[in-house]
Design a protein around this ligand. Structure first.
Ligand SMILES: Cc1cc2nc3c(=O)[nH]c(=O)nc-3n(C[C@H](O)[C@H](O)[C@H](O)COP(=O)(O)OP(=O)(O)OC[C@H]3O[C@@H](n4cnc5c(N)ncnc54)[C@H](O)[C@@H]3O)c2cc1C
Length: 456
């Protein structure tokens, strides 16, 4: 099959996650000729249901019987795919950027935060979305000196429905911001959306990027896509893969994962009902001093939650979860991990949880237990998931930092190949230890005017 040539672009963007979509939108609005290349598709098929996640439409699926992809050590990796990337599956929690981490590399993100908040529909969870159990948790945590507060979310609460349990499968009501919407706006401004196309490597001539080689995922068609500038926005694993195959040394040799885990307990009989019946992830506490995040759990439906337990704890765990669901409350956590990990040539991940990481996880468990007991849970019913040495016990929801600033890209986000940039979670200097989308879109807003200046 002859190689198909697409050319004449100002900017070739590789990867359609939140960063790629917002970049495509802002550049095309500024009159630039843009192509956004995405390995997955572009649809709202199955949105808001488990189907979109499980059939691989919105989640990078593993081979049966696993639903998640796994690391070489057997832990879970959840990765979105398709135009929108991780924002299809994210819980929509908005974590305020940690500016200091960027100050250290000479980037001041502060002036760009408001624009990013508006772009991604950030607002604080209104009081009427906090159910009785969550309100009680807010009281008990504050009383023991943990400043939990209503979470900021990437949600337009005017369109949202109290008690809805589908955020993490996408949102049918259009209440949750997704990169998908920004990409559609980009297309309205003339950007070309090239879907089902896997970017292989950057084409380099005289030390300068002039495009990418790519292959059609469905038809095997080879492409040569040419433009003045290439920006890799293919996420924590994707961008490292593209750069490795373009000869960039050091790409993929670090990887943070923001390990996700949590603790559960059972409320006493006849009292408050489980917060799974309420609105999900509605209160949170970002403990920056200890690099730990605490939040009430993503409110998955009973059947899905039981199925999830089936993978980690077998049939007994699934049945127990189904039975206990009405009384089950949980705290979920993420930690700022040390970033020890790598992306292999074949795109697999190896991720080590260091003793320092484990120490932070144990601290979270200690705090979780305190909260669950203060909520009235019998300590005998408390269960802590996600032990790093148990295969499949941990989930890495935010793999990134594989092409970090100061190592693989400079403070302009440019690689050693001229006109080849990386602007996504892989370029972050360290684990955000918080939901990263707001930080990533703020970084994109910082990057756009600088790139436009380079293009003129
Ligand atoms: C279940 C889940 C819940 C989450 N919850 C939250 C939350 O509540 N709040 C929050 O802020 N964050 C959350 N996150 C994390 C967040 O979604 C990601 O960190 C974020 O989407 C990363 O953005 P990105 O643009 O760097 O890359 P991604 O979103 O990973 O997008 C990269 C895109 O590039 C494509 N791609 C990869 N390789 C190639 C290639 N070679 N060629 C072409 N295309 C390629 C991929 O298919 C993908 O669409 C969650 C993530 C998951 C999975």
């Amino acid at each position: 099959m002859a190689v198909r040539r697409l050319e004449g672009f100002d900017v070739v963007i590789a990867g359609g996650g939140p960063c790629g979509c917002v970049l495509a939108k802002d550049l095309s609005k500024a009159g630039k000729k843009v192509i956004l290349i995405e390995k997955g598709g572009s649809s709202l098929k199955g949105i808001g249901t488990m189907r979109g996640m499980l059939n691989g439409e919105h989640m990078a699926r593993a081979k049966f019987p696993n639903i998640w992809q796994t690391t070489l050590e057997g832990q879970n990796l959840v990765l979105g795919t398709g135009i929108g990337g991780g924002s299809y599956l994210y819980a929509g929690i908005a974590g305020m950027p940690q500016f200091e981490a960027f100050d250290d590399v000479g980037i001041d993100l502060r002036p760009y935060l408001e624009d990013a908040k508006n772009e991604t529909w950030v607002s604080r969870t209104p009081d009427e979305f906090l159910g009785p159990t969550t309100k009680r948790m807010l009281e008990v945590t504050n009383a023991i000196g943990l400043p939990f507060e209503p979470a900021h979310r990437h949600i337009n609460f005017e369109k949202c429905e109290y008690g809805c349990k589908t955020s993490a499968f996408g949102c049918k009501r259009g209440a949750k911001w997704m990169g998908y919407y920004a990409a559609n706006e980009a297309a309205e401004h003339g950007a070309k959306l090239q879907i089902h196309t896997d970017v292989r490597n950057v084409i380099v001539e005289n030390g300068t990027a002039v495009g990418v080689n790519a292959r059609g995922v469905k038809d095997g068609q080879d492409y040569e896509i040419r433009g003045n500038t290439v920006v890799c926005t293919a996420g924590g694993l994707g961008s490292a893969g593209i750069l490795t195959k373009s000869g960039i040394r050091g790409a993929g040799l670090r990887l943070f994962g923001d390990p996700s885990f949590g603790s559960m307990g059972l409320l006493p009989e006849g009292g408050l009902k489980s917060h799974f019946y309420e609105h999900g992830t509605s209160i949170s506490y970002m403990d920056d001093e200890n690099g730990c995040l605490f939040f009430t759990n993503v409110t998955w439906p009973r059947v899905f939650w039981s199925g999830y337990q089936l993978m980690g704890h077998g049939i007994g765990g699934a049945l127990r979860t189904y039975r206990d669901f009405p009384r089950m409350i949980s705290i979920s956590n993420k930690i700022h991990d040390e970033g020890v990990g790598r992306v292999t040539w074949s795109g697999r991940v190896s991720k080590t949880v260091t003793p320092k990481d484990e120490d932070k996880m144990n601290y979270c468990r200690y705090i979780n237990e305190k909260i669950l007991i203060a909520m009235g849970c019998d300590p005998e019913t408390i269960h802590h998931g996600g032990f790093s040495h148990v295969k499949g016990g941990l989930t890495f929801g935010h793999p990134g930092g594989s092409c970090p600033m100061g190592v693989v890209v400079d403070k302009n986000l440019e690689t050693e190949i001229k006109n080849c940039f990386v602007c996504d979670i892989s370029s972050l200097p360290g684990a955000p230890s918080r939901p990263p989308v707001l930080t990533l879109v703020t970084l994109t807003k910082w990057f756009v005017p600088r790139l436009l200046e380079r293009l003129t």
